[in-house]
Write a protein that binds this ligand. Sequence first.
Ligand SMILES: NC(=O)c1ccc[n+]([C@@H]2O[C@H](COP(=O)([O-])OP(=O)(O)OC[C@H]3O[C@@H](n4cnc5c(N)ncnc54)[C@H](OP(=O)(O)O)[C@@H]3O)[C@@H](O)[C@H]2O)c1
Length: 342
Amino acid sequence: MTRVGREVRVRRYPVGEVSPEDFEVVEVDVRDPAPGQVLVRNTWTSVDPGLRIRLRTDAPAGYFVAFPLGQAMDGVMAVGEVVDSCASGFAPGDLVSHAQGWREFAVVDPGEVQLGGVGTLTRLDAEDAEPSWFLGPLGGMGLTAYAGLHVVDALKGGETVWVSAAAGAVGSLAVQIAKLSGNRVIASAGSDDKVAWLRDELGVEAFNYRDGDLAAHLNAVAPDGIDVYFDSVGGDHLEAALDHLNRSGRVAMCGSISEYESEPKGPRNLFLTVSKDLTLRGFRGSSNLHLMADMQRHMTGWLRSGEVVSRTTVFEGLDTAPQALAAMIAGRTTGKTLVSIG
Ligand SMILES: NC(=O)c1ccc[n+]([C@@H]2O[C@H](COP(=O)([O-])OP(=O)(O)OC[C@H]3O[C@@H](n4cnc5c(N)ncnc54)[C@H](OP(=O)(O)O)[C@@H]3O)[C@@H](O)[C@H]2O)c1
């Protein structure tokens, strides 16, 4: 049977802010799976800031490769249902995750390691879980939040932890895990609505970084300094954190979204790492796969008990994926940004 599906392709690399016109959605014939392969109908696909870093000729050294122009975008997480399988261990009807998102159908090779292993075809047990959670708290987002706190030794509690981009996918999980681990958590985000959600529903102290000066906010909320900074923003936020960190403070360097659509912005005060014995620790979620099972065990319990809240902003239909990416980077989404595909 000839199946037809649609996929998103990059038409041109954006200069500055990403726009839906940088992409096109095209109809393609979907081939049958070859021996050893699985055909998946995608139902959810992920929208991540990291996609923006790959919309250029030269993705940063060590990062996932740039998306080629005019082809399906490989290396984007998705959840879907197996519709045809020529591989042992997978049968029609199975719920799976893999890394061939931003398209309706994907022919997936279970033996191919994708996104450092996070995106390798995996059968999911959704008995007690929403399928979309595997793109959020039970997937790469949960792993990144957990691993970031782990690598800077912030899961032991008793410290003051600042989390930036705190109403987003990774940030909102880092906030909740840091709090459940017994830390005092300070969260920052870019709107009053997000700040109200962080305060009223996640129960942490929070401020709107667009409203006034970062240093003034930090001085007001943490007059005794911070011990850990979970950095998703870089630039001015990282600079403010270095100023405000206590001696032997640590930074979990998760991302640098303030620089993804513009020139690098600093920080200008790196000598403080020397003078205050600070540790700046870059990390990748996918480099910490060994923590996945531990994270999922904790997270499943927290989601069931309601101790962790998973919030999403959902865009309907594959065509909305480019628009969802632009909205997320601009700060117009809260929690995990997802596209629901039919
Ligand atoms: N290390 C890893 O393995 C790994 C894995 C996944 C993600 N990440 C990184 O983690 C960060 C968050 O990713 P996510 O998927 O959870 O996205 P997200 O937080 O759900 O969305 C990104 C958010 O960043 C904020 N933002 C955008 N520009 C900003 C700026 N100039 N200053 C301050 N905030 C800004 C916006 O919220 P506001 O309204 O608050 O501005 C926006 O909603 C990104 O840096 C991403 O690259 C790293």
